[in-house]
Design a protein around this ligand. Structure first.
Ligand code: SF4
Ligand code: SF4
Length: 472
């Protein structure tokens, strides 16, 4: 029985409700009147139900699709402007006891290099990341209570926050580790993490169990209820995601929105972010073995409809996607991207030798962070290294209230300019610096509050003189 407020996975991600939703969308497919009324209503930026969203996703009426994309771009502009938040993944360990059939870290894979960073390795990796200009990391680790216990993860977080190198600093550490207990989530919260990220992979229980034949991850309900436990453990910001390509995309698209609705209904705050990874090739993994891959057009439509359905939730895309695909997704909804990423354990300080491969997947976008910065600036975006909300305690419902009141952009915009300025001063190539200064000069005029504008101008001057870490 479907119950959005239930704390049982089978009830808030009800299989029957997803099937009913898919049936509803099929029965009403291309119902112009209904679709137009949903698009019209969605201009209020209050989001869509999972049923409404799937109807829009399924629509193939040209005129209506044009309206959906326009609306997605309008909502993106309203909440996120032309700012793109930057981050990098940091792989701590690829030891894993699970048997996920789509991931090269599955325990049966004997030819991948198994690695785990020591605290000394972390200092080297994070120093290299700081030297690129990164301020926000997403930690990644396989599930292995012996090699990667919670104490190891906590120690790594502490090490990372303590590294001060030149003007560099990691100011926000997000964590993507296996589903765990409320007690462990409490420890992560106390360690000062930003967002807790956990991909559902697929919401389809039966299929999920086939894809995870062994290991603790096999337990679909425990995995699906992880965000509830994380929030009960005091973590305010959680990040959802499915791995598109594993299961039918319409099913998982509906599932992820039901999950978002559940978090809002049962715990009072929707997801902070949604990630939209697609299956990629990797050691021992061939995406062709999975028959549910989606093309770039469908992918772009998913991003656009998500943007309309959950306007307050950041959308993340990684270097799994190519430059062209990222450009399309940025236009219609993505607000956060990684850059200059290594998906190996220890790939930043030193490039891995081919025979020593420890990567989780092949990267499509291999450009350096500086190349990505210049590309974004040329496209008219403001790359931002802002981490202010988390550090000002603007998390969970405090954050959502500001977003919903349309107030957050008063902070995001000047913060984006100031963190971009820091990047230009400390890490940028000549071309990026020149372009970035041009963008700052133009964008400072778009700060509407005169006091904030003045203060931001003063702070930009101070940054040029060597001061760092201002925020609104
Ligand atoms: Fe382990 Fe995660 Fe890979 Fe599964 S997806 S094998 S849990 S690292
Ligand atoms: Fe994100 Fe807050 Fe910074 Fe805006 S001000 S970019 S919401 S951290």
């Amino acid at each position: 029985m479907y119950n959005v407020k239930s704390m049982k996975a089978e009830e808030f991600i009800s299989h029957e409700e997803i099937l009913e939703t898919m049936k509803f969308a099929e029965e009403n497919k291309n119902n112009k009147e209904l679709i137009d009324s949903i698009i019209e209503r969605a201009h209020d930026c209050k989001g869509l139900s999972h049923r409404e969203a799937l109807l829009l996703l399924d629509c193939d009426l040209e005129e209506e699709n044009k309206k959906i994309f326009e609306l997605a771009m309008e909502i993106k502009q309203k909440f996120y402007g032309n700012r793109i938040v930057m981050f990098a993944p940091l792989y701590l360990s690829n030891y894993c006891i699970n048997g996920c059939t789509y991931c090269p870290y599955h325990y049966k894979n004997k030819h991948i290099s198994r690695k785990k960073l020591t605290q000394e390795d972390i200092v080297k990796e994070v120093t290299a990341l700081q030297d690129m200009g990164h301020k926000r990391l997403a930690l990644e680790a396989g599930e292995d209570p012996v090699n990667n216990p919670i104490e190891y993860i906590l120690e790594c977080i502490q090490t990372i926050y303590d590294i001060k190198h030149k003007n560099g600093a990691i100011r926000r550490v997000n964590v993507n580790i296996a589903a765990t207990t409320i007690e462990n989530y409490r420890k992560l919260k106390e360690a000062g993490i930003g967002t807790y990220i956990l991909f559902q992979e697929t919401y389809h229980k039966e299929h999920y169990e086939e894809l995870h034949p062994t290991g603790p991850k096999h337990n679909w309900a425990y995995h699906t209820e992880a965000m509830d436990r994380a929030m009960q453990g005091g973590i305010d910001d959680v990040g959802l995601g499915v791995l598109f390509g594993l299961n039918l995309y319409r099913y998982d698209f509906t599932g992820i929105l039901m999950h978002a609705e559940h978090l809002e209904a049962a715990l009072g705050v929707g997801p902070h972010t949604i990630s939209v990874p697609r299956l990629r090739s990797a050691d021992d993994i061939n995406p062709d073995d999975f028959s549910n891959g989606i093309d770039d057009d469908t992918f772009e439509k998913i991003v656009a409809v998500l943007r309309v359905a959950v306007p307050y939730t950041g959308i993340i895309i990684s270097t799994r996607e190519s430059k062209t695909c990222r450009e399309r997704a940025l236009r219609v909804g993505v607000s956060q991207i990684s850059g200059g990423s290594s998906t190996s354990v220890g790939g930043y300080a030193e490039k891995e030798a081919k025979e020593d491969n420890s990567a989780q997947f092949d990267v499509s976008d291999n450009r350096t962070l500086d190349e990505i910065m210049l590309w974004l600036l040329d496209l008219g975006y403001i790359p931002s290294f802002c981490t202010a909300c988390y550090r000002e305690g603007r998390t969970g419902d405090r954050f959502m209230q500001l977003v919903k009141a349309g107030q957050i952009s008063n902070c995001c915009h000047p913060n984006a300019l100031m963190t971009l300025k820091e990047y230009l001063e400390d890490y940028a190539s000549e071309d990026t610096k020149e372009k970035g200064e041009e963008v700052i000069k133009k964008e400072i005029e778009n700060i509407t509050n005169p006091k904030v504008k003045e203060l931001c101008k003063e702070r930009l001057e101070k940054i040029a003189k060597g001061e760092r870490d201002f925020r609104f």
